[in-house]
Design a protein around this ligand. Structure first.
Ligand code: GDP
Ligand code: MG
Length: 162
């Protein structure tokens, strides 16, 4: 039989979040990390890198037929990106809520894009849009040994325990 802690760990999901070059250049790294952290999500992977154009094309392969694909990949590979993996119950879906709509003009105030960005081509952050994408994006950006599994002391206060 699984112990409580193992059951809890098995329910945890992970998502891939990236602060794009505009977010990094505008000094918004800590602001964005704070929003995920204070919600109660757990950071399990973090690095800064300049992706190559080919890497950016792989990351955005789902958008390769879109007219903005080339510009988007040029932009993602134009400077440092902060790549992260966040863990928590419902983090894929709720992470997208924290981020807001793709077009910052349509993002609600209170969301990251709503509060901090103005146009769709410079919307500062990426977040996986579903379980499959999250799995693919995490394995594209991180080696398994770059991700850390740990129990945070705050978890019993965030999730409660019986
Ligand atoms: P996301 O999941 O909310 O990031 O949005 P998508 O997966 O649909 O698009 C990927 C990224 O392409 C977005 O975050 C934007 O940076 C960019 N993008 C999406 N739609 C447009 C558009 O109409 N014009 C431009 N220039 N960029 C776009
Ligand atoms: Mg997307």
């Amino acid at each position: 039989m699984l112990q409580d802690q193992e059951v809890h760990a098995a329910e945890m999901e992970r998502t891939f979040i990236a602060i794009k070059p505009d977010g990094v250049q505008r000094g918004l790294i800590s602001e964005i990390i704070t929003r995920f952290e204070r919600k109660g999500f757990k950071l399990v992977g973090l690095k800064i890198m300049v992706p190559s154009k080919g890497f950016a094309q792989q990351h955005y392969h789902g958008a390769k037929e879109r007219p903005f694909f080339n510009g988007l990949c040029n932009f993602l590979s134009s400077g440092p990106v902060v790549a992260m993996v966040w863990e928590g119950e419902g983090v894929i879906r709720y992470g997208r809520k924290l981020i807001g709509a793709t077009d910052p003009q349509k993002s609600e105030p209170g969301t990251i894009r709503g509060d901090l960005a103005v146009v769709v081509g410079r919307n500062i952050i990426h977040g996986s849009d579903g379980a499959e994408t999250a799995k693919d994006e995490i394995s594209l950006w991180f080696k398994p040994e770059e991700l850390v599994s740990y129990t945070s002391n705050a978890e019993k206060w965030i999730y409660g325990q019986n």
